[in-house]
Design a binder for this molecule. Sequence first.
Ligand SMILES: C[S@@+](CC[C@H](N)C(=O)[O-])C[C@H]1O[C@@H](n2cnc3c(N)ncnc32)[C@H](O)[C@@H]1O
Length: 216
Amino acid sequence: MAGVEAGYFVRALELRSGAELRIKQCDTGDVGCVVWDAALVLAKYLETSSFYRDGLHTFTGKSVVELGSGTGLVGLMASVLGAHVTVTDLEDMQELLNINISDNKHLVTGSIDAKVLKWGESVKDLPPDPDYILVADCIYYEQSLEPLLRTMKELAGKNTCIICCYEERTMGNNPEIEIRFFKLLQTDFEIEEIPLDKHDEEYKSEDIHILQIKRK
Ligand SMILES: C[S@@+](CC[C@H](N)C(=O)[O-])C[C@H]1O[C@@H](n2cnc3c(N)ncnc32)[C@H](O)[C@@H]1O
């Protein structure tokens, strides 16, 4: 069947160049094993004209850390656009991350590697003060909010730009989780929402938000 390779199913994402990122997902495993809509929206936003100056992408040669990378789509896109990227997630996600890095390495113009990072734990193995931190669909359970914020705070320097994309969900306690996250976030960070008309024309949705976040 098209798109299915032994034990995996592939999410292909066409790039501006016409090439395709091919991301393996698996249907057994935790939430990180599939590409979430917020990752698609963020990955395609990174390709929009807002990021180009004189034909050069603003990620060229810049350091990028992605948190809760899951399959690695967003980090891979950043590395295709010329950034030096570290994708991070829990130990269990490292195999899938490395498979996707290896499958797409022919498209990478910067560099990319995967590291274990559990939110709230030491960030000493990661590049300090990265130019960008990318976060897609990581605001979804209560116990992770404070550790995630601690990691963002420890990792971000005063010039780091955090780009966070999340899907607004109305089910269960998701609304309360979002409210709590943004309340805590505002203590140390300034938040600016990217208007919908700046998102990719095709990969956008009223309930998926992109925020640009900087340390106060
Ligand atoms: C909903 S998935 C989103 C994955 C990917 N960013 C995307 O949008 O497709 C959330 C990700 O956060 C990771 N995650 C959850 N709790 C974590 C923690 N405490 N520390 C590090 N990563 C965590 C999960 O393993 C998963 O890959």
